[in-house]
Design a protein around this ligand. Sequence first.
Ligand SMILES: *Cc1c(COP(=O)(O)O)cnc(C)c1O
Length: 565
Amino acid sequence: MYINSYIDTRGADVCEPLSFTQVIVKGIALGGGLFVPKVLPRLSLEEILGLARLPYHERAALLYRHFGVDMPFEQIRSLMHQAYADNFDTPDITPVRTVGDDIHVLELWHGPTLAFKDMALQCMPLFFSAALSALHEGGTSAAPYPPEVSGSSVDTPGKTPEGPTCISKEALENTASRRGETPRSADAREYLILVATSGDTGTAALAGFSHSNYTNIIVFYPQGGVSELQLRQMLSYSGSNVGVFGLRGNFDSCQHAVKGAFADVDFNHQLIQDYGIALSSANSINWGRLLPQIVYYVSAYAQMVANGQLKAGVELDVCVPTGNFGNILAAYYAAQIGTPIGRLLCASNTNRVLSDFINTGTYDITDRAFVLTPSPSMDILVSSNLERQLFELNGRDPVRIRKWMTDLATTKRFSVDRDTFAAMRRTFVADWASADESLATIKAVYESYGYLLDPHTAVGWQVAERLRGSNPVLLAATAHWSKFGADVYRGLAGLKAASPLPDELACLTGVELDTYIAKNYASAAAVPPSITALAEVDIQSAKVIGSGSGDVERCILDWLAQRRP
Ligand SMILES: *Cc1c(COP(=O)(O)O)cnc(C)c1O
């Protein structure tokens, strides 16, 4: 079994190489860095095209083996078989539909919660549970790291004139040990997955984790920042290991508060001591969520060639409606490992900090208001996964990453150096679409092709039309239209964003509105059964808390106390 090890973007965990199962349980590195594989595999075009002969779950298993996942191949195959089965509404799992003139739509929304987050979150919790089971049963997969692969040196820049980048675990946990016992996640009997969501992650994480062994999950969403149907989806999960709470704030305050809970040593200590619980993350900073996303880009390329939608070896540009930068980063890695991908088209909505960054080299949120748009899952100002992308673009130099992230935390802006900017411009182009433009795109694409886009994918379509060059374009379709019925209706009816719906529609629930759209726009797909079922969910009982880390911590402690009488 080939086992790859992981390093982190801030160079703190490099002293002690970790395996795949270890990094998915850990989530984030000591010191706040994000994990990336020490070595990226390289596949030949033949190997990639050969994937088309296999069902989706076998493609995923093979790619995991290439990435050196530390589990027996038979176990990987069986987990993948579970992850990508009839929980998706098509055996293709991620079909590619040619819609426009050389615009090919990669439909990533065929999973149980109808958004692309399912691609990772139907898969990652199975690997997470398997890693924990192995720990509990003293099995092999998360056992101490095999010494022969632990590697004596790290082949990324480890030392610099400023001093060693290798911060010892002891140094980082010093604060904790001064207070006595170090809170060690190894002592945990159970895990608590904390999720900050702008809508889709929460639902998909609940779908993935609510039945897992040894795990609890609490989801925090910005009150008023998610669609009615997303809220119904989240509140439809119940059970003693599940909590769902609204926060008075926007997605960034949600993410900030949850990060605060992760970083609070005393709080983590208390959870271990009183409840035997360690925190973990299902947000897209977890490598376990990124790897399944790399799979669908490689798979899509093979599938398109097999379908005759693309000639073998021809470069494909990929356009991704972007928020936390996870999905587009996965396309970047797919290209790095050998998929013939040309440019990456980064599409933003009005919260266009990312597209401005790609165009200027300066990430600046000093004077940027957070705007609610029809594409809420892209309403983000601090994109966590950008850190991984910059690490790859700057030659894997943790020293500059630490500087940029410190600049961002203290001055709310940072600028990358000239070489990193040049590297970024070689791969990425970026633009944004306003709320009204994205709604108009829904109408235009529907009228030209009879195909219904959700508002996130519509942002991507608009930007793809503007930035496309001579290569064919693969557009990542990130959600099914029925999750965002009100804005889809506004688009189809030619209404402006945020304008009131006509009286006879304003009184409908989300499910009823979707049914109306499906009936009146005859060639649009029917409302999926999982949406119809949400009519029963009570959303009046949603619990709402303040948006500070203290509020989040108190909420968690209350929830734990109530959970155990
Ligand atoms: C999460 C999400 C996005 C943004 O994806 P990132 O990986 O965070 O860039 C876009 N569209 C939809 C529908 C989503 O749920």
